[in-house]
Design a protein around this ligand. Structure first.
Ligand code: NAD
Length: 541
């Protein structure tokens, strides 16, 4: 520890900028978008102090213009992964000993860099790499990431303050040691903030990391690396490798020094990881920490007392923003017959008013889905719904991948509450609606609970407090984040800690002290001031 009980700056949520016409932020992000779009960057791997270019490269293209190339990145061979592990272990010796306020200062500086000089860069890179509108980029890449960094510093200092009582003559203290070994961070395509936070949160607690970003996010991952470097994250603390996820993962999980995985992505991949870790358990020096936030099949259920326009807005925003590619996106909806037509027609009107196209045109609300694999999967489910007798494509249903991977926001209405798109995570702008008889409200709650393996987010809309109470109790285990009269997306760090249970993850709540606690191994130190000199207790007479 340093020479003082330092108080960290109070964390506040970064205000969301508007990007309205005429604002300076709009001019800055537009200019940066053009520069990146017309440029051609070559992204190396970062191993210790080396920027590694293997010459074996993949190209990077925006999902909304997939024939256009904006850069390349270099693919790892097994030896590079081994070098990244060695580099992390070497860097750990100094990093783990650095006083906490120095680590805090680095990540607080990173937050300020994003809020200021890097804001347009990280937003424009996210618009290009992940096809986010400027608003979706701003709330993710700028604001949520700034919030993760600021709030986690505050949570870290709260953890360190948590100390045991001491009886007379002794002093008990706990130090929160980083894990012995290195951490493996595997990140998804859909949030730049998550991509940065998974390695950064472990590093903040004194760990060193090997980070493997998603292939579809490397363009914006490069900006994260630039920010961390400028903020002063030392070489070797966060090592970055790209390439075959199975080879990289298998190499890492073979290491006796593997101490934990910080994963966000799909459920199947996480379960496979868990299995491999189990198979290798006799190899490891410690029991690895396994933290994973995974898939969802997030619901909205409306009670007959709900306001139809509010429910419709919850669906339009909750299901379609960022093309439904949020783990929290509403994808199954239960509407009572009495208001179903109103809700569906409002949603149809909303969809008709959405503009779809490149995020470079700021008037577009919907852009492309992430890649061809996702496009083809979504098109297949939409086509299936067009032919199935128990389903109807009520709105949308068109798609086109000639220039970008564009899927029209689509509403499927089904008469089968267990229809495939009520159960399967599609991860795109497709929502399925089941209409229930008003009298079946309580039964429908049981249906919501029993329909999906996931339990990430969910929402109830109702004007009736008894109905809200009933739903809150009946759906207790259906969602790690439960919303009343609000859409199930848009969790804010420091306000709604995020994570789900069942097949949706270990629920270690990103952006909370609970998550940071997974990256430490507390050591209790008991000191006795005057040590006894006779073993006999008084009862021995
Ligand atoms: P994904 O599972 O395809 O990829 C996630 C990461 O795992 C990537 O880095 C990928 O390269 C890697 N990966 C893929 N196959 C692997 C393998 N066999 N072994 C090791 N690593 C492998 O997920 P995605 O498409 O990037 O992201 C979408 C998924 O993430 C959705 O299921 C979504 O629900 C989930 N998600 C969950 C949360 C949450 O907080 N619960 C947040 C964001 C995304």
């Amino acid at each position: 520890m340093g020479k003082g009980f330092f108080q960290v700056p109070t964390a506040i949520n970064e205000p969301v900028k508007s990007y309205a016409p005429g604002t300076p932020e709009r001019a800055a992000v537009t200019a940066q978008y053009e520069a990146y779009f017309n440029g051609n960057i070559d992204v190396p791997m970062y191993i210790g102090s080396d920027e590694v270019k293997t010459g074996n490269t993949n190209t990077m293209s925006p999902p909304h213009d997939h024939k256009h190339v904006v850069g390349t990145y270099h693919l790892a061979e097994k030896k590079h992964v081994t070098q990244a592990i060695e580099s992390a272990l070497e860097a750990r010796e100094k990093w783990a000993q650095l006083t906490w306020e120095q680590r805090a200062a680095i990540f607080l500086k990173a937050a300020e860099l994003i809020a200021g000089p890097y804001r347009a860069k990280i937003n424009a890179a996210t618009m290009i790499a992940q096809s986010k509108t400027v608003h979706q980029a701003e709330i993710d890449a700028a604001c949520e990431l700034i919030d993760f960094l600021r709030f986690n510093v505050e949570f870290m200092s709260q953890i360190y303050e948590e100390q045991p009582d001491s009886a007379e003559g002794i002093w008990n203290r706990v130090e929160y040691r980083p894990l012995e070994g290195f951490i493996y961070a595997i990140t998804p395509f859909n949030f730049t903030a998550i991509a940065a936070n998974l390695p950064a949160s472990a590093a903040m607690m004194g760990n060193t990391v090997v980070w493997k970003p998603s292939d579809s996010q490397i363009f914006s991952a490069k900006v994260i690396i630039d920010i961390f470097k400028e903020a002063g994250v030392p070489d070797g603390v966060i090592n970055v490798v790209y390439g075959d996820p199975v080879m990289i993962t298998d190499t890492i999980l073979e290491s006796p020094d593997f101490a934990g995985v910080h994963f966000t992505g799909s459920t199947y991949v996480f379960k496979e990881l868990w299995k491999k870790i189990g198979n290798n358990i006799h190899t490891y020096k410690t029991y690895p920490k396994i933290v994973g936030e995974t898939g969802g099949k997030d619901f909205i259920i409306a009670h007959p007392s709900a306001n139809a326009k509010q429910v419709a807005t919850g669906i339009s925003r909750g299901a379609f923003e960022f093309q439904g590619q949020k783990c929290s996106a509403a994808s199954r909806v239960y509407l009572p017959k009495s208001i179903a037509d109103d809700v569906l027609n409002y949603v149809k009107e909303d969809i008709a008013s959405f503009k779809m196209g490149s995020p470079g045109d700021l008037s577009n609300f919907i852009t492309a889905v992430i890649h061809e694999g996702s496009f083809d999967k979504l098109a297949k489910y939409i086509d299936q719904a067009k032919t199935d007798a128990n389903a109807e494509v009520f709105a949308g249903g068109n798609y086109d991948k000639s220039k970008g991977y564009f899927i029209e926001p689509t509403v499927i209405v089904t008469t089968d509450p267990k229809y495939t798109t009520m159960e399967t995570e599609l991860f795109g702008p497709v929502v399925t609606v089941y209409v229930y008889e008003d009298a079946d409200w309580s039964e429908t709650l049981k249906l919501v609970d029993g329909t999906s393996e996931y339990a990430l987010t969910g929402a109830v809309f109702s004007g009736d407090r008894y109905a809200i109470d009933e739903a809150t109790k009946a759906l207790e285990n259906c969602a790690g984040n439960f919303y009343i009269n609000d859409k199930p997306t848009g969790a804010v760090v420091g306000q709604q800690p995020f994570g789900g249970a069942r097949a949706s993850g270990t629920n270690d709540k990103a952006g909370s002290a609970q998550n940071l606690l997974r990256w430490v191994s507390p050591r209790l130190i008991k000191e006795t001031f005057v040590s006894p000199t006779d073993y006999r207790y008084p009862f021995l007479g």
